[in-house]
Design a protein around this ligand. Sequence first.
Ligand SMILES: NCc1[nH]cc(CCC(=O)O)c1CC(=O)O
Length: 307
Amino acid sequence: MQTLKIGTRGSPLALAQAHETQARLMETHGMPAEAFEVVVISTSGDRIQDRPLSEAGGKGLFTKEIEEALLAGTIDIAVHSSKDMPTVLPDGLELSAFLPREDARDAFIGKAAKRIIDLPHGAKVGSSSLRRQALIRRMRPDLDVVMFRGNVQTRLRKLEEGVAEGTILAHAGLKRLGLGHVVTDLMPLDAFPPAPGQGAIGIETRIGDREVEKMLEAIHDVPTGQALACERAFLAALDGSCRTPIAGYATVAGGKLVFAGLIISPDGTQSHEVKAEGLALDAADIGTDAARMVRVKAGETFFDGWV
Ligand SMILES: NCc1[nH]cc(CCC(=O)O)c1CC(=O)O
């Protein structure tokens, strides 16, 4: 391998994640900057700006073109926000490493009010994430949730311009962009559980690429990988049939994994929680079992009832 080609989207957050991956590889293996090339790839998700992604085709829109480049050998690894990764990857590809997770919580950025609970009746809150919209409505049914798309910087500008009184973004993304200071409140994990994978950088590779796998092994964070295996198994067991937002968050300490998952109706009026724990080595099974439990709790009509 002449240089390791790191494929990424071109958004400032995606670039920050690609550079973090490069920096960790440089440090761990004592490699020089010249050993890497960051290859920016434009995806359908970057081009579609006029409607919610759930309408445009959902997850996968941010990964398709990058995965094609990986399969074609134009790039050697692809760096992603795990949250944006579909549960089923194309044949021949796998998520083989995860960097240590950032804070997985959502953050509130308020203009005048510092917290969601301080917003005046009927205030506009911008978000285009179905999960965040539902969770906001569950907390404050009186608020007016308005669509907010674009990258982190675009959304912050909309807030400045007064399009809304507040917005919610991933704390992890803001921190990685050096924008942690704009946060006015952090959302609690129980009232506002994150999306599966939030805050974790995942690295996708070609299955069987031993040279690359060996290089990544040294920067892979095992507890993050186990937490992600659980969250992604939960998502995989539900997202084929579940049209409602899904949240899920696992933590791993001392070989033990603790998971909490949630499904919620888009209007925020009905939600079902599940908690599970076990050995971190059984991460994926814990996620799959939790999905079965929440399905029983919610009843099958929950899955049919929402569009
Ligand atoms: N869908 C966009 C996206 N994908 C990952 C992140 C944040 C970083 C992360 O969760 O790792 C964001 C922006 C946001 O939700 O605020």
